[in-house]
Design a protein around this ligand. Structure first.
Ligand SMILES: [Zn+2]
Length: 516
C-alpha cells in the first residue's frame, strides 16, 4: 500500500525537461512510482491540471537561529521550500561559545538552548524536530570570532591553525562547506590568503565555498575576481551569494560580472551563483564599527571622534541614497514609529540631516538597525535570472506570521512563488521547467545531493503540488508577513507539511550531512 498517490499530475521532474502527465506514488519517505500507480493508497490527491515538482531548495537561507526558535519554518515551507542551505554570509549557528576567546559584549544570553560546535547545534535541531531539511555550512566569520573576536588584523600562525581546525571539525561533523561574508565584521578583516587557507580545508573534504563577496557596488568586479581566485587557489567549487550589483551608478555592470563567471567556467572553475527576485536588498544599516562596541555603550565616544565618524559615514554612503534605505526593524521602543520609513524621511521628521538621522538610529539602537535598500535595477535582476548557472536563494529566514515582528524584506515569504508567479507566468522571462530546475536539481547538484531535487523513483519524497495559474507572492515591502497563494501541498521526506495551503505542524525534516 502506498502512503500517498498524486493522481494525474503534470510532473515537472526538476531537470528542466518538459512536464509530462503521470501519477506519483510515495511510500516510506521515498518516491516509489512515477507513472500509472496501481494499487491502494492511504491518501489519494487528485492532481489533474496541477503541477508536481521536487521540493524547492533554498540555496541561501539565514534560518540558523530562527529554526531553533521556530522549527516549523512556516514562511519557507508555505512557499514550497523543503530544504534550506543555512550558515550563509560568514555567519552560522555553530561554532559558538567555545570559550577560546574572551568575547566582548556580543555574547548576551539569547535565551536559546546550549550548543557549541556543529554537532551539538545539529543535535538541538534534531531533538526538537524541524519542518524542513537543512544543509549546514560553517561560517568563516563565526569561526574567526571564536578565535580572534572582532580584531581587525590578520591571524598569526597559531590563530590560523586554530581556525583551520574549527573548519575541519565542522566539516567532519557534517557541514557541506564554508561561507564568507567579506563585507561584514569580522569577515571584512580577513585577507584573501586567510580565506584560501581555510577554503583548502574545505576542499580536502570535497566541500563548497559560498561567498558574500567583498563588494557588490563599484568594486564588484574586483570582489568577484577574488572569489574566482580563491576557487582556483584552493581547488574548491564556488557559489557566489545573491549575485547582483547595487547602486544606480553601477547598474549594467552585471553584464561584465556574468562574463567573468562564464570565463572562469571555461577555464575550469566550478562556479555558480544564487539570486533573489527583488530589486531591494536587506541587511543591517551597518558601519565599520563592530556591534559589540555600540553595545558596550561606546557609541557617543565614537560619534564624537571625527575620524571614526567619517569612517562610519563613508561606509553608510556606500549603501546608496538615503531615500532608498528603509528601516525594517530596530530595538529601541521610542524608534518603532520609524519602521517602514526611509532614512531621508526620518531626517525630515526630526528636522536634521540624513547623516545625523542615520547616526542617531545606530546610536539609539546600539548598532542594530536592519534596513531594506532599493538599490538594484529590474533589468539587471532579469539578466541575472536568465543565466543557466543561477539558482534561487531567498537570503531570507523562516518566520511565522503569528510571532513575526518588524517589517523585514518580503523575500522570506515570497522568493520562490514570486519567480513562478511574476517572472514565469506574468513576464514570461523563464519557462516554468527552467524556473523549477533553478529551485531543485541545480541546487541539489551544487551540493552533491544525489537523492533529492528530481522527481524519479528512488528519490526522497520532497514534493510540491501547485497551481501555476494562481501561484503568487502576497508578501510586500509594506506588509511582508503574508503567506503566498497557489502552493497546495508540500511533502518533506514523504510527510505532508502543507495540506490544502495550510501548515500541518509536522516536523519530518532532517539535517543532511555532507559525505566526502
Ligand atoms: Zn549576504
Amino acid at each position: 500500500m502506498f502512503d500517498i498517490v498524486f493522481k494525474n499530475a503534470r510532473v515537472l521532474d526538476g531537470t528542466g525537461a518538459p512536464w509530462f502527465t503521470a501519477d506519483v506514488a510515495v511510500k516510506d519517505g521515498a518516491i516509489v512510482k512515477v507513472g500509472p500507480a496501481q494499487g491502494e493508497a492511504r491518501t489519494v490527491v487528485e492532481a489533474t491540471g496541477k503541477y508536481l515538482s521536487p521540493g524547492f531548495i533554498d540555496a541561501h537561507s539565514h534560518s540558523d537561529l530562527p529554526l531553533v526558535q521556530n522549527p516549523t519554518a512556516d514562511s519557507k515551507v508555505m512557499q514550497g521550500v523543503t530544504t534550506e542551505v543555512i550558515g550563509q554570509c560568514g555567519s552560522s549557528g555553530a561554532p559558538r561559545r567555545l570559550g577560546l576567546y574572551k568575547q566582548e559584549g556580543a555574547d548576551d544570553d539569547d535565551g536559546m538552548p546550549h550548543w557549541t560546535d556543529m554537532a551539538s547545534y545539529i543535535k538541538v535541531l534534531e531533538d526538537q524536530g524541524i519542518s524542513v531539511n537543512v544543509v549546514p555550512l560553517v561560517g568563516h566569520g563565526s569561526v574567526r570570532r571564536q578565535v580572534m573576536g572582532v580584531e581587525n588584523r590578520a591571524p598569526d600562525q597559531n590563530e590560523l591553525n586554530l581556525m583551520k581546525k574549527l573548519v575541519d571539525a565542522a566539516m567532519e561533523q557534517g557541514a557541506f562547506g564554508m561561507s564568507t561574508g567579506l563585507i561584514y565584521v569580522p569577515g571584512k578583516y580577513s585577507n584573501t590568503d586567510e580565506v584560501i587557507e581555510l577554503a583548502k580545508v574545505v576542499a580536502k573534504h570535497r566541500g563548497y565555498y559560498f561567498t558574500h563577496i567583498r563588494n557588490e557596488g563599484v568594486k564588484l568586479l574586483e570582489a568577484l575576481q577574488e572569489a574566482i581566485d580563491i576557487g582556483f587557489a584552493a581547488g574548491v567549487p564556488v557559489q557566489v551569494s545573491h549575485f547582483k550589483v547595487m547602486g544606480e551608478a553601477n547598474w549594467g555592470m552585471v553584464e561584465h560580472s556574468i562574463a567573468m563567471v562564464e570565463k572562469a567556467r571555461k577555464d575550469g572553475l566550478d562556479i555558480t551563483a544564487d539570486q533573489y527576485p527583488y530589486i531591494a536588498s536587506s541587511t543591517s544599516l551597518g558601519s565599520p564599527v563592530p556591534v559589540s562596541v555600540w553595545r558596550g555603550g561606546k557609541g557617543s565616544e565614537i560619534l564624537n571622534d571625527p575620524v571614526e565618524r567619517q569612517k562610519i559615514l563613508d561606509a553608510l554612503k556606500a549603501r546608496g541614497s538615503w531615500d532608498k534605505i528603509v528601516v525594517a526593524s530596530l530595538e529601541n521602543e521610542a524608534d518603532q514609529a520609524f519602521i517602514g520609513k526611509s532614512v531621508a524621511e526620518i531626517g525630515r521628521i526630526q528636522e536634521i540631516t540624513d547623516e545625523e538621522a542615520a547616526f542617531g538610529l545606530l546610536h539609539r539602537n546600539r548598532g542594530v538597525v536592519t534596513i531594506v535598500n532599493f538599490a538594484m535595477s529590474e533589468d539587471d535582476v532579469r539578466m541575472v535570472m536568465r543565466q543557466p548557472w543561477i539558482m534561487v536563494g531567498s537570503d531570507g529566514r523562516a518566520y511565522n506570521v503569528k510571532t513575526a515582528k518588524g517589517q523585514p524584506h518580503p523575500r522570506s515569504y515570497g522568493t520562490f512563488v514570486r519567480v513562478l508567479g511574476r517572472y514565469v507566468r506574468e513576464c514570461g522571462l523563464l519557462r516554468l521547467e527552467e524556473a523549477v530546475r533553478k529551485m531543485t536539481s541545480l541546487p541539489a547538484w551544487r551540493l552533491g545531493l544525489q537523492d533529492r531535487g528530481i522527481v524519479r523513483e528512488g528519490m526522497r519524497a520532497d514534493l510540491v503540488l501547485f497551481d501555476a495559474d494562481k501561484v503568487i507572492d502576497n508578501a510586500t515591502f509594506t506588509a511582508p508577513h503574508q503567506y503566498p497563494s497557489g502552493i497546495e501541498c508540500v511533502l518533506v521526506n514523504g510527510v505532508v507539511v502543507v495540506k490544502e495551503g495550510v501548515h500541518t505542524g509536522a516536523r519530518p525534516g532532517v539535517v543532511l550531512r555532507h559525505k566526502k
